[in-house]
Structure formats: structure tokens, C-alpha cells
Design a protein around this ligand. Sequence first.
Ligand code: PEP
Length: 250
Amino acid sequence: MARRLLIAGNWKLHKTVEEAVALAGDIAAGLMRDDLDVLVIPGFLSLEPVALSLSASPVLVGGQNLFWEDQGAYTGEVSGPMLKACKAEQVIIAHSERRLYFNETEKTAAKRVQAALKAGLTPLLCVGETLGEREADQTDGVLESQLAGGLAGLKPAQAEKLIIAYEPVWAIGTGQTATEEQANRAHAFIRAWLGACFGKQVANQCRILYGGSVKPENAAGLMRQKEIDGALVGGASLQAESFLGIIEAA
Ligand code: PEP
């Protein structure tokens, strides 16, 4: 079964509610393809307004993070049921910026993955090596430990719902994209790991997105790679023109 491409835009800490709704509207209005999935991931405050504004559009909406408890005395956190109530369908987990600036670990990634599944959200788990790790030939080992940690305790029936994003840290927001070959090789490694851990069917079903300075100019080449099932886009998702350009090129 062919995997359907997914182009996701992570808006990070950008856009007021009004700006986010306007951007979502421009993306929905300019979307000319129905043979792939499109996902936008605004900040929490914009989630529901964006989702409501997209209710007549095929564009999906997701969250940038979630906490593992459903409710309680956890000031500043957002839970899976809260995201779900705002009509989110996917949630990013363990983005490298969360690992770097907010001390997220494999252990907390695993708790978030479980919480997302419990809430009926699709976890979009981010993995990827730093430049130092790549140069020290540690890429496979890093990917393996991030996958084993973040997906600890999952059963195959749960794992088939996952989306993995391979995001080499050195390519995020730097303008330096992994080559098609580097990206495809890392994706193949991730798929083989999923196969060994959860079985071939799960591995064939899971979408693995590439993230790291994806632009309209490099999207076609990356998306043509056998193991690449879409893109997680940061900077270029903040303008409708460049995000739609990636979608068109994919
Ligand atoms: C990201 O943060 O997930 C990302 C891939 O960012 P950028 O496209 O800006 O490199």
C-alpha cells in the first residue's frame, strides 16, 4: 500500500491568532491538490480559531506539544484532551527545540507519546542527530536511542498510528538541507528499526517525514526519495506562498 504524502507546517512561536487564521485561510484557498495530506501546527492560542476557520477545508490541524497528565496542578501545561477538544488531530513530540531549550528527554517523549495515543491524537515524534554526532559517525546510534526511548512500551497496534519526523538538528532553520541521499538513508534506517521492533506491516505503514530547511526549491527532490513520506516544514511554512510552493513541488 502506497503511503500518502504529508506536508506539515510547524509555525512554532510565530503568529498572533489573527495572523494565524489569515495564514490558514490563504493556505486553504491556494491548496490545489487532494492527493496528499496537509497539516498546519499553530501555537496553542490559535489552535481552535484556526481549526474552526479550516472546518470546510481538508487541511488538518495539530499541536506543537502536550503534557502527559490529562489535568491537574501543572501550571502552564496543555493536555491531550485539551488539544483534542480544540480539534487537533496530530501533535509534535520531542522536537529538537524542546529537547534543547526545555530539557526534554527520551523518558518524557515516551510519556507524551502514550498520552497522545490515549487522547486519540497521532504522535509525530521527532528524531535527529546534531552536527557533532553526524561527524562522529553516531547518526544511527542516536536515531536508535531516540526511537527506542520515545517509543518504549508501545504495542504494534499503537505503533502503526505513529508519524516519525527525521530532523537532523544541523539542518533545522540553518538553510543547510540534508542531501536527498543522506535523508533517504536515515529514513531507511528508521523504517528498518520500526520493522525490527514492531513488524514489517507497521514499518510499511508509518509515515516518515523529513524536516530541515525544506523549501519549494528542494522539496521535489526530497519527496521523490523512496523512504520519504512528506515534510515537516518550519520557516517556509510561515508564508502561504512558500508553503504552497512546497506542496505543489512535492
Ligand atoms: C522544524 O523546526 O521542524 C524545521 C524543520 O524548521 P526549518 O524548516 O525552518 O528548518
